[in-house]
Design a protein around this ligand. Sequence first.
Ligand SMILES: Cc1ncc(COP(=O)(O)O)c(C=O)c1O
Length: 373
Amino acid sequence: MTENRRTGAAWLIPAMDAIPAGHDVETAQELAARGITGLRLLHLNESPHPPSPRAVEAAAAQLKSLNRYPAARGRPLAEALAAHSGVPADRIVIGRGSHELIDIATTITTLPGDDVVGPAPSFPGQMQAAKLRSANFIRTRLDASGATDVEALMAALTNRTKIVWCCTPNPPTGGMMSAEALERLAASVPENILLMVDEAYSEFGRAAGGPDVLPIMERRRGPWAILRTFSKAYGLSGLRVGYALCGSDEVARAFRKAMAFFHVASPALAGAEAALADQAHLQMTLKAVGEERSRLTEGLKRLGLSPMPSFGNFVSVKMPFPAEEASQELEKRGILVRGWRDPEHLREIRITVGLPDDTDAVLAALGEILKTR
Ligand SMILES: Cc1ncc(COP(=O)(O)O)c(C=O)c1O
């Protein structure tokens, strides 16, 4: 008999043993349900600004028709995104948040024992999706600026690699890939590998002068897709809408085949479409977040810390003591931030850019905490 090394229940697939227990991140909704209000929510990279009133109105208008299923595949939203991006609607796949699309990219490409290559630390969804399919997630280092490192990704490829991920701007570091790095990646990843660009923070990156990723990817010969979301700059985390701009009809068709029917709710589709139409509101958010990100970064420097230069709506900084302690001390003062929770980085915290008042509060609290240490 072979030794049973399983740590999980016998009725679960073995891959489940390798996945860290999901930590319960407390959202505003959960906190409110427990009667906790008034905390500064700087832990989920949400927008501190409410969404466009037009999005709220459009989502609400759908409520009276909830006896009907939503548009299959979210077609009207795909068409609006086509007009906005220049990518044909047939090559745009709508997801229940971009996280669903991370999962689907993995489902359609990756078998047990295959390799998925991606930067770390980064969004953990890519690693979770790979591990769930009993695939190996190969972590590659970031460059000195905290951006995805192309050479590290390329060095990690094997003949079992099915997906290469990059993320730009990359959480939790905030680093952004240059146009040259993206060109090199698009040209170097072999044509039998799906190249995925996670651009959840794309609007912030562009506002900070970052490269336009889409035309760069359009020059790639092999399969690719770019993931974006309405959860961040558009301030619609609660609606759960993301999308994939796919490099070909073939890639988009494969994504669609793997989806549940009617997977995005009608208020979500309508709200996202109205938010897209209100670019003035988006620009207001981007300007406010850009200003506050600078103020937060400068304030952290004045406290003697070394914040990482960020192109997202968050700033990370290494504390002189464990991140866990820093988070707890900040929570005592009514502020939620997030430790990186990466085994190689136990002192870094990530602070979401909030309103001016949040910046003042977090800087004052950190100043106080640092003094008592
Ligand atoms: C880099 C990145 N990708 C994807 C996601 C998933 O976002 P959503 O499913 O809300 O679109 C997040 C969320 O924080 C993220 O930071």
